[in-house]
Design a protein around this ligand. Sequence first.
Ligand SMILES: NC(=O)c1ccc[n+]([C@@H]2O[C@H](COP(=O)([O-])OP(=O)(O)OC[C@H]3O[C@@H](n4cnc5c(N)ncnc54)[C@H](OP(=O)(O)O)[C@@H]3O)[C@@H](O)[C@H]2O)c1
Length: 318
Amino acid sequence: MANQTLCILGGTGFVGRHLVRALHDAGHTVRVLTRRRERHRELLVLPRVTVDEVDIGDPEALTAAFTGCSAVVNLVGILNEKGRDGAGFEAAHVALPERVIAACRTAGVGRLLHMSALNADPEGPSHYLRSKGRGEALVHAAHGPDLAVTSFRPSVIFGQGDGMFCRFAGLLALAPVFPLACASARFAPVWIDDVVHCFVQALDDPATYGERYDLCGPEVWTLHQLVEYTAREAGMNRWIVPLGEDLSRMQAWFMEWLPGKPFSRDNIASTTLDSVCSGPFPAVFDRVPATIEQVVPGYLGTRQKNPRYSGMRRFARR
Ligand SMILES: NC(=O)c1ccc[n+]([C@@H]2O[C@H](COP(=O)([O-])OP(=O)(O)OC[C@H]3O[C@@H](n4cnc5c(N)ncnc54)[C@H](OP(=O)(O)O)[C@@H]3O)[C@@H](O)[C@H]2O)c1
């Protein structure tokens, strides 16, 4: 049903930017809630999209923002927290979904799409996966006649502006030798358009109510293969050096002290589980997911004149 008013949390991120555009193009009016409106003016070029600065820690502000919306999409997620005790993960992945459910109830919103992650599990090996698992469990505990919940559990997602190929291309541009932690970790990368397709369809497909969907691409790659492919596609001749367990942990420990904490020991703990689906792409979405080779050359090709500068621009997300 087109022409609904939807409210999205985390709509300014990588997944959010693609999803907001797709929902807009499907005829919906989209209200994006953000912590910092001035950073996301690019979304305002879409005529039926508004970007509102809202304190999503405040239950009343959340309820006010949801009022008049027929569905809420919660994409908020972090890969690393500022501290080390799991409190940041708990706030973003558990406490926020709890407030979202309460605000949906108070505002009379009957539909909630929730973004989780593959391997999310309250008993998982990392703060990230445990908190994602608890958040997912509590949104499904809230599923019922007044609130229809669907959650999505993707492997790593790729597409224009992603945190994988674009980020690695930027990092590879910095030096000819690239030490790589967790090189043997396995992923089934899924294309952002395939993920977005599922969200858009699920919005008003009753067959998806109450369901959780693992989303994977058609191929399994090791991290080493993914980084080698990135270097090749971006036209860079690089020596990629897989690090053993101890050196991987040492690199992660060091990077935990860098601004923005780009990598952590918690990330290493997450990769101890293969990020790979146990079955095919969910049949309800009637979609053949794309391969990396079908998509990535379109945004990471070697056509640019200077791959070093292009890599740096991608790293800086410009
Ligand atoms: N990308 C992947 O490969 C992948 C794979 C599996 C699952 N996921 C899940 O998909 C979701 C979206 O991922 P993404 O790659 O789009 O992430 P992203 O680019 O980092 O965007 C996340 C958004 O969440 C909001 N946010 C971040 N930290 C927050 C906090 N502490 N409190 C409130 N809001 C916060 C931010 O919005 P504002 O700054 O505007 O407030 C940000 O735009 C996440 O839940 C992630 O765990 C992603």
